[in-house]
Design a protein around this ligand. Structure first.
Ligand code: KIV
Ligand code: NA
Length: 264
């Protein structure tokens, strides 16, 4: 089968289908999610935290994310792979944004890129789209701006909700194919979703968006203190802890390796 395309995603909105997005940062998880039918995989700059151990997304670079993106593309065969443009790789100018996006597409095989912000990045969105790069927007809680927002908190309450609505419409007009809405009131996310013809992808944005995205380490219970909006579908931290302890005990007692693990 062929890859999911931005046209498939647009068609899903017309059919009022809801669809899932997961992050991925390596080939083996990408393969599992791809075979499970997840249509869009996001190589998020959340890799800064979940892969590289930083405490925000600010430090991660294009060079950090390129090999992860290439691995996700190699591990998947059906999903549309979206690469996050990290902080500092697109804000300066449309030329800078295009240079970064081209690297993700040529060097890693990404099919689309995502960047954060509304009106302040419209020239970037327009330049990318006219160069043939599908662009996903990201509004609400934009973690690359955490130092301006003053923490990870709900965005778009009250008057700022109308600003967010304007940003969303501007992104659509600039040619974005979808927009992530992070940590915004459900009522606002639903209004944005019905006002736009491009799909919205919610994270902490309630049930009214076209799609839902979660960071896989969050949904599988690997993240120590996940946000309120995370639903856990596994206990990977517990599983890994139990496995590591059982392995250690088996090594200490000699129960591992057993004859069936041993060459004669
Ligand atoms: O970096 C990321 O994982 C993201 C999603 C949470 C949307 O931007
Ligand atoms: Na991100």
């Amino acid at each position: 089968g062929r890859r999911v395309t931005v046209r498939d995603i647009a068609a899903a909105k017309e059919r009022h289908e809801k669809w899932p997005v997961l992050t991925a940062y390596d080939a083996m998880t990408a393969r599992v999610f791809d075979e499970a039918g997840i249509p869009v995989l996001l190589v998020g700059d959340s890799a800064a935290m979940v892969v590289y151990g930083h405490d925000s997304t600010v430090p991660v670079t294009v060079d950090d994310l390129l090999p992860l993106t290439a691995a996700v593309v190699r591990g998947s065969s059906r999903a549309l792979v979206v690469a996050d443009l990290p902080f500092g790789s697109y804000q300066s100018s449309p030329e800078q944004a295009l240079g970064s996006a081209v690297r993700f597409m040529k060097e890693a095989g990404a099919h689309a890129v995502k960047l954060e912000g509304g009106r302040r990045v419209l020239p970037q969105v327009e330049a990318l789209v006219s160069a043939g790069v599908p662009v996903m927007g990201h509004l609400g809680l934009t973690p690359q701006s955490v130092n301006v927002l003053g923490g990870y908190r709900v965005q778009g309450r009250g008057e700022s909700g109308e600003e967010l609505m304007k940003d969303a419409k501007d992104l659509e007009r600039a040619g974005a194919f979808a927009v992530v809405l992070e940590c915004v009131p459900a009522e606002l996310a639903e209004r944005v979703t019905t006002s736009l013809s491009i799909p919205t992808i919610g994270i902490g944005a309630g049930p009214g968006t076209d799609a839902q995205v979660l960071v896989w380490q969050d949904f599988m219970g690997l993240t120590p203190r996940p946000a309120r909006f995370v639903k856990r579908y596994g206990d990977l931290a517990g599983d890994l802890d139990r496995a590591a302890r059982a392995f250690a005990a088996d090594v200490a007692t000699g129960a591992f390796p057993a004859p069936e693990h041993t060459y004669t």
